[in-house]
Design a protein around this ligand. Structure first.
Ligand SMILES: Cc1cc2nc3c(=O)[nH]c(=O)nc-3n(C[C@H](O)[C@H](O)[C@H](O)COP(=O)(O)OP(=O)(O)OC[C@H]3O[C@@H](n4cnc5c(N)ncnc54)[C@H](O)[C@@H]3O)c2cc1C
Length: 404
């Protein structure tokens, strides 16, 4: 087990500085343009692929860090640059985490490279679990997967909502119900290979924030995928279903396993947005003069900045703790993964709100990026489990009761 230390080692410091450099030089200067265009920033993704920031090798290097801190460190820096572009670059990681969490080693080797495509023509991937009638209540999923023994294929039918990269992705990882009577325990995850007939996306959804990241509803109409696309394989699924039917504890549903892996990293993204807004507001407060002195000379302003800094640092500690625990197989006995995402998401919302306030009228204008950060921050109390759902997870963990 890796020792937990707040002293970053040399590799972690190098990683932080390298990603920060990319965020400062490539991502941030492009942020306003792609936010206004509301389009996937393919040239920036391509640039990220060229420098080695987009691809399985990069993710694998981060995952190999025994402290678990590399991915949150990289995420915070990239999203400090811009959350919309950041999600366009790191959104694929959610699908990869889905394959990693539920797939066999052979499936990892087959599908993960396809998630990223080539350096010269990168691809993105999507993880589709939310449905119009199944958001927080993942267990009520209606998308069905039926096995066709004659052809050794799975047939998927249903509708997925709000999928990041939905429709523009090559690989779509889709969760579906195999045995609806078993609720969430009857679900499984499937890879839908690039170009599979029957998978179609609606128009791109228009959003409050994260506008450079593509979001769409995805329709599955008699989508046939080969048997080997069932993540984890049929024997493992049959065994899991048999255990569930006989009332034994199952090891958890496919979508939930993916979210457990990704929540602290999503918290780190929120931290990046919060830190960007805090740093900008701090500089502004030192420069802006009213009543003959910089506005930071007023205790009300300085205290707001002190609180912003403290809250960001507190959230980072929770994110790093959960990342370390996850990497070192420490069970989340008090919902520590949820705590990290809950705190960081709420800090991002409150810090960006304060930053707009500290800039006054300027904060409300598109001339300053705090307006965009304020819009982008809100998603972090919503996706990958709303703040209320994180509180449910923590409440259940600390009480041992089925709090509703
Ligand atoms: C930009 C964006 C990108 C996304 N990307 C993806 C993606 O890539 N893949 C994917 O699968 N999904 C994705 N989502 C979906 C996202 O995860 C869901 O929107 C989220 O989980 C909430 O589900 P819902 O929207 O159906 O809200 P609902 O579940 O309808 O919730 C509505 C409100 O009710 C509250 N609520 C619900 N149940 C309870 C309860 N038991 N106790 C207390 N409060 C409760 C919620 O907290 C919330 O405030 C994305 C969403 C957005 C906006």
């Amino acid at each position: 087990m890796a020792e937990f230390s707040l002293d970053l080692n040399e590799e972690q410091r190098d990683l932080r500085d390298w990603v920060h450099g990319f965020a400062a030089e490539v991502v941030r200067p492009a942020a306003a343009e792609w936010d206004a265009r509301e389009e996937t920033p393919w040239p920036v993704i391509q640039e990220a692929a060229k420098v080695g920031l987009y691809g399985f090798e990069f993710l694998a290097t981060c995952w190999a860090d025994p402290t678990g801190l590399s991915l949150p460190i990289a995420s915070e820096e990239l999203f400090w640059g811009d959350a919309g572009i950041g999600l366009s670059i790191f959104g694929t990681a959610l699908a990869v985490a889905g394959i990693y969490g539920a797939g066999t080693p052979d499936q990892l080797v087959e599908w993960v490279p396809q998630c990223f495509g080539d350096v010269d023509s990168p691809a993105v991937a999507a993880f589709c679990t939310t449905e119009p009638e199944a958001g927080s209540d993942v267990g009520s999923m209606r998308t069905r997967a039926v096995y066709d023994q004659a052809t050794d294929e799975w047939v998927l039918n249903g509708q997925k909502a709000y999928a990041t990269n939905g429709g523009i992705a090559g690989v779509h990882v889709v969760t579906a119900s195999v045995e609806p009577e078993l609720g969430s325990r009857g679900q499984a995850a499937f890879v839908v290979p690039p170009g599979t007939p029957g998978l179609n996306a609606t128009r791109k959804l228009r959003k409050l924030g994260l506008r450079a990241s593509h979001t769409a509803d995805v329709f599955l109409d008699d989508v046939r995928v080969p048997g080997r696309c069932l993540l984890g394989g049929k024997d493992a699924l049959d065994e899991r279903l048999a255990r569930a039917r006989s009332g034994q504890r199952a090891s958890g549903q496919a979508a939930m396993r993916t979210f457990e892996l990704s929540r602290p990293t999503v918290g780190a993204q929120a931290l990046g947005v919060a830190r960007a807004a805090y740093e900008y507001a701090l500089d502004y407060a030192k420069d802006r003069v009213q009543f003959g002195r910089p506005i930071i000379a007023n205790q009300a302003v300085a205290f707001a900045l002190a609180d912003m800094k403290m809250e960001i640092d507190a959230a980072r500690l929770l994110v790093w703790r959960a990342s370390w625990m996850g990497r070192n197989n420490r069970p989340f006995t008090a919902g520590e993964g949820s705590m990290s995402k809950l705190k960081a998401g709420e800090v991002a919302v409150s810090v960006t709100d304060k930053a707009v306030q500290l800039l006054g009228g300027a904060g409300f204008l598109r001339d300053h990026p705090v307006e965009r950060w304020y819009r982008d921050a809100k998603i972090y109390t919503i996706f990958e489990g709303t703040s209320e759902i994180q509180r449910l997870v923590i409440s259940r963990a600390i009480s041992g009761m089925q709090i509703r």
